[in-house]
Ligand binder design. Structure first.
Ligand SMILES: [Fe+2]
Ligand SMILES: [Fe+2]
Length: 194
């Protein structure tokens, strides 16, 4: 064996992405996905619960309640997957619940449109996050792919609902949107790891 061959054998091809469509998805990777998804749905449910605590008597309450119920369904599905596949849940679960609730209540206290603007920002990031997972998951994860695709569609509907309810008319919409998106991305990054 020449030195060059030895080198090639040991060096990963850096130009190649970690996974390609059709690759088998490593067990550890799926565990990280389920951990962050469970944490995210925990936070999402808490956001709507926080919004309901403030806006529960307003005209938008049925919409918020419906979205909260869907987040509860998403969370239940990931709770089950985490147990079935023996995934360690995020150690920061209480933080995701508290942060989501705080984001939900504070946004709602500013006003209904700010609550809706928060929803648009969060749901857009989550939608992109689920799409990224769908791009990485292999075909042998057909059931998980179907679940995530269904939830991604729900998140898009939540975003559209919020857009139809004045999100973009919220004061300082662009700044708010950028901040909430950055916070959500940071939470995703953390929940994959901790
Ligand atoms: Fe969700
Ligand atoms: Fe959602």
């Amino acid at each position: 064996m020449t030195a060059q061959m030895t080198l090639d054998y040991h060096m990963p091809n850096r130009a190649r992405p970690a996974t390609l469509p059709g690759d088998r998805t490593g067990g550890a990777d799926v565990a990280a996905m389920l951990r962050v998804d469970q944490a995210g749905e925990l936070g999402a449910k808490a956001i709507y619960r926080g919004q309901m605590a403030v806006l529960g008597r307003q005209a938008c309450a049925p919409l918020l309640a419906e979205m909260e119920a869907q987040e509860a369904e998403h969370l239940a599905a990931f709770d089950k997957l985490v147990v079935d596949r023996r995934v360690r849940p995020s150690a920061l679960s209480p933080l995701w619940r508290a942060a989501g609730y705080a984001l939900g209540t504070v946004g709602a206290l500013v006003g209904e449109r700010t609550a809706m603007a928060t929803t648009v920002a969060v749901e857009e990031v989550i939608e992109g996050h689920y799409q990224e997972q769908l791009d990485r998951l292999s075909e042998d994860e057909a059931e998980l792919r179907a679940t995530i695709a269904e939830f991604r569609d729900d998140e898009l509907k939540h975003r559209d609902t919020a857009l139809q309810n004045g999100a973009e008319e919220a004061p300082a919409y662009q700044i708010l949107s950028r901040s909430v998106k950055a916070g959500t991305k940071l939470a995703i990054w953390l929940a994959q790891r901790v």
